[in-house]
Design a binder for this molecule. Structure first.
Ligand code: PFF
Ligand code: NA
Length: 444
């Protein structure tokens, strides 16, 4: 059977944006920014997105489009070496690992969405009464496992339907909905009392971050940039492998990075005015789950029409999470389809069953969940991206330049050689440096 391709170029871009825009933008990004020096952090983060993220994204695109294979076949065929193929297997493991924790968080969100939605026609959502206690009760255990399975089921359904009829169609509907709903919420949030205090908490410029804590925020900023752009897992290789024409990759890569950052900033413009309007001090509710499920849920419970706002908000988060989780599942599924000629549907069922189990472990055990969601995923993505970059720089070489320049104008062509140098030498060193610094090794 012929390998599937995207129906349209826009379909590819939206699918990639869908993968990038996710819990990383909505759950993590605004908090990382607010806690690490506001707009000072934002500047460092933007620089990393531009100098590391976009070139990294292009490296994955180049591997995928050149080979028309998912990571295992791509690295093996382009190098002619089985060893590189084995490196690709690492992507399959990373995809499964990512989805195992992500689907649990997706489940929490789905629960909040369903509960808010049902409450539109009934009593207040249960979490309104005491957000902190409520979240504590449902975040781990049988309930969490059940909703994880539900979220995973939705993810599997989309991937099951195929590249065009599932992923492309799904993200084409989901991404505009996310932007429109989020934009509406941001406008509405601006009308709330005390919104200005929220903006300044989010974006106040703390210059000491740049002068004193620069190396301390480099690690978080780099980790956030990788995670948010879905780099290092092979998702972007896989998505680009379904491209069959030669338009400019640098254009697509830049558009994806811009849209992804836009959604993160827009989320900050919803979250912080809302919290401050209700007199909730974000510094107290903290980052991570607490931010979304305790702080914001508390704000919703106090607002007039809070149930409606909550429903819209959790709908945004659910769609964003779903368009990312499908890109995680697609990695191992494409691997089975490409390498073993397994039918897509069977591959989805098989991999879905596996993640049903690994995710359930995460749902029941907060210590395992924390380890997977934090250090393990960080290390996998960093190591994975370093491998892809070295592959492009040292194995593909000229082929990579060809792929990079096809369809770009003369300005794009002048960027090709610096890009290859960055990808082969500078960026891998940077990744090793940030990886070590994240694990507390003093690499400076
Ligand atoms: N970019 C997604 C987010 O910001 O939530 C997470 C992600 C998706 C990471 C896919 C890695 C990946 F392969
Ligand atoms: Na993202």
């Amino acid at each position: 059977m012929a390998r599937e391709t995207w129906a349209t170029r826009l379909g590819f871009i939206l699918a990639a944006v869908g993968s990038a825009v996710g819990l990383g933008n909505i759950w993590r990004f605004p908090w990382q920014t607010a806690e690490n020096g506001g707009s000072a952090f934002l500047i460092v983060y933007l620089a990393i997105v531009l100098l590391v993220g976009v070139p990294g994204l292009l490296a994955e695109f180049v591997i995928g489009r050149r080979s028309n294979k998912s990571p295992v076949g791509a690295l093996r065929d382009l190098s002619g070496s089985k060893t590189w193929g084995a490196v690709g297997v690492f992507s399959v493991v990373t995809g499964i690992t990512l989805l195992s924790f992500y689907s649990v968080v997706g489940g929490w969100i789905l629960r909040y969405l369903l509960e808010s939605g049902v409450s539109l026609v009934g009593a207040n959502p249960a979490y309104f009464a005491n957000p902190g206690q409520y979240f504590g009760g449902v975040s781990a255990g049988a309930d969490a496992a059940l909703y994880h399975l539900l979220f995973l089921g939705l993810t599997a359904l989309v991937v099951f339907a195929g590249v065009r009829k599932g992923i492309e169609l799904g993200t084409k509907l989901m991404m505009p909905a996310v932007v429109v709903l989020l934009g509406g919420l941001a406008v509405w949030a601006a009308t709330q009392p005390n919104a200005a205090a929220g903006y300044s908490f989010f974006l106040r410029f703390d210059p000491s971050v740049l002068s004193e804590n620069f190396f301390a925020i480099l690690g978080p900023a780099a980790g956030q940039a990788l995670f948010t752009l879905s780099l290092g897992a092979g998702t972007m290789i896989t998505y680009a492998s379904y491209l069959d024409e030669d338009r400019s990759l640098p254009f697509d890569g830049s558009a994806i990075a811009v849209l992804n950052t836009f959604v993160g900033v827009l989320t900050g413009f919803v979250v912080f005015p809302l919290l401050f309007s209700q007199g909730i001090n974000p510094a107290e509710t903290g980052t991570g789950p607490g931010a979304l499920f305790v702080g914001l849920a508390g704000a919703f419970s106090q607002l007039p029409a809070g149930t409606l706002i909550a429903t819209a908000f959790f709908a945004v988060v659910t769609l964003a999470a779903l368009s990312s989780s499908i890109s995680m599942l697609e990695i191992p599924v494409a691997f089975l389809v490409d390498e073993y000629d397994i039918e897509r549907r069977n591959a989805v069922v098989g991999m879905g069953a596996l993640v049903a189990i690994t995710g359930t472990v995460c749902a029941f055990n907060p210590a395992i969940f924390g380890f997977v969601a934090g250090p393990l995923v960080n290390a996998f993505l960093t190591a994975g991206l370093a491998a892809f970059l070295l592959f492009v720089g040292w194995v593909m070489g000229r082929d990579a330049l060809d792929e990079f320049t096809s369809g770009v104008g003369s300005f794009g062509e002048s960027l090709a050689t610096p890009w290859l140098f960055a990808v082969g030498v500078v960026l891998p060193l940077f990744l090793v440096f940030t990886l070590l610094s994240q694990f507390g090794v003093d690499a400076a």
